[in-house]
Design a protein around this ligand. Structure first.
Ligand SMILES: Cc1ncc(COP(=O)(O)O)c(C=O)c1O
Length: 441
């Protein structure tokens, strides 16, 4: 294999069969599409190259900066592509949550602009979001930026309908898999592959995977967040299913330890989601079927992510006081909730509860319940690790955007021995919708 440029090595990734002894499906051949073997390390190499390729030469002539809203793999691929063309690259994000990736981007020469904002992905109807303002500014700047616009750019999807999808069909000797399973970030890869598979055979079952509510799997979105993505169309998927970070890590461990595939968490999520979806279907099958899932990237960039959630995997003591250590059943059993009406009544009493707002500082500054203190989620997680952060004698009311994260913390603090900690049901959104008073900093 001889190339004039590394970009020629993008695509044509292997399709590898998973040993049935590992997944346990009797009638289904399960294949992994190894997108982590793209030259810059992920599925996003294809999208980045397809979005930028026709514009890089003009951009170089005009001295433009390549810019993208990305805190991960797209930024990585674009930083390298920009460098190849002698251009600077700027990553704009409010989600730089995995330290290794931030450091890697700096090593690649990227400039990182971390903006406050509720979501990395743009919601064009939300004019208060700083990222939305940034997006508008980019559109007005004209030639100074080459903005690849991954959440809205159809060339992101096209990279997969012309590359990834046809490669899968070719490697299956012209057959379309019966199921295709992929995690949803920008939705580019799942939409592009699904489109081309359906053109060949409309009966293909397409499973989209998102991070479980209030959970975080780097690179993919939750069900609520995915609706803000311009390329996302619910009709692409026969079903959209959630995966927890724990399940993603379990899947990743299986791929690494049993299959020799050095997958990252979203590859693990895809494997876990695929087997979970297929198992009940497999039990009813009498003929052989085929399924394909995508392994998006590799494990090495996620060591701190694993350390935070499963320290015992990295030879450290297990973490006791963390919401990740609570199962769904335990959360449901221990989390006490307070309705907005009840909360308003309690707050007007003599000894009101301490209201802790777990949202980010910008959301808090914009509007919050009067008298509440702001301890953002990540800081709060650190605090509780050291033990109960409040006196047992003081009732506590936890508030987050929609009441999911706060419910998990309420369960955790109850387990840690606090006698009166509650979660605001429906969160600050329910409080606002019911006309509850909010103040601004
Ligand atoms: C690690 C990882 N997995 C999965 C995805 C999802 O891919 P897509 O953006 O095509 O939906 C991404 C996208 O950023 C990613 O970075």
């Amino acid at each position: 294999m001889r190339y004039d440029s590394i970009v020629e090595a993008i695509g044509n990734t292997p399709l590898v069969r998973i040993d049935p002894a590992v997944h346990g499906l009797g009638h289904i051949d399960l294949y992994a599409k190894l997108e982590m073997l793209n030259p810059f390390g992920s599925v996003k190499d294809r999208a980045a190259w397809n979005m930028a390729r026709d514009r890089l030469v003009t951009a170089a002539d005009g001295g433009a900066t390549v810019v993208e809203l990305s805190s991960g793999n797209t930024a990585k691929a674009l930083a390298l592509l920009a460098g190849l063309h002698g251009l600077p690259f700027k990553s704009v994000t409010n989600r730089m949550r995995v330290p290794e990736i931030k450091e890697l981007l700096l090593l690649l020469g990227a400039e990182i602009e971390e903006l406050p904002g509720r979501s990395e992905c743009l919601d064009p109807t939300d004019t208060e979001d700083p990222l939305t303002r940034f997006h508008q500014a980019l559109a007005e700047e004209g030639g100074a930026y080459l903005h690849t616009d991954q959440y809205f750019n159809p060339r992101n999807t096209e990279a997969h309908s012309t590359g990834t999808g046809p490669e899968i069909v070719k490697d299956l000797d012209g057959r379309v898999p019966d199921w295709f399973i992929a995690c949803v970030g920008t939705a580019g890869s799942s939409t592009g592959v699904a489109r081309v598979l359906r053109e060949h055979d409309p009966r293909v079952g397409v499973v989209g995977l998102v991070a479980d509510k209030s959970d975080f799997i780097p690179g993919i979105r939750t069900l609520d967040e995915v609706h803000q993505v311009g390329l996302f169309d619910p009709a692409t998927y026969d079903t959209i299913e959630p995966v927890t970070s724990d399940e993603a890590i379990d899947g990743m461990l299986t791929l690494i330890r049993r299959c020799g595939l050095l997958s990252g968490p979203t590859g693990g999520a895809a494997y876990h989601g695929a087997v979970r979806h297929l198992r009940p279907l497999d039990a009813r099958l009498t003929e052989r079927r085929t399924a394909v899932f995508i392994v998006c990237d590799r494990a090495e960039s996620y060591l701190s992510y694993v350390r935070q959630r499963r320290p015992e995997l990295l030879g450290r003591p297990p973490r006791k006081n963390s919401v990740e250590s609570l199962g769904a059943e335990e959360t449901a059993r221990l989390a006490k909730e307070t309705t907005v009406e009840e909360a308003r009544r309690r707050l007007s009493e003599q000894a009101p509860p301490l209201v802790v707002d777990l949202r980010g500082p910008h959301a808090y500054a914009a509007l919050h319940i009067e008298g509440s203190v702001n301890i953002p989620d990540e800081l709060f997680a650190e605090l509780v690790r050291g033990g109960l952060p409040f006196a047992r004698s003081r009732p506590v009311l936890l508030a987050c955007p929609v009441g999911e994260r706060s419910a998990r913390y309420a369960a955790l603090l109850t387990r840690m021995g606090h006698p009166d900690v509650r979660s605001l049901a429906g969160g600050v959104v329910a409080w606002r919708d019911s006309g509850g008073p909010l103040v601004r900093d």
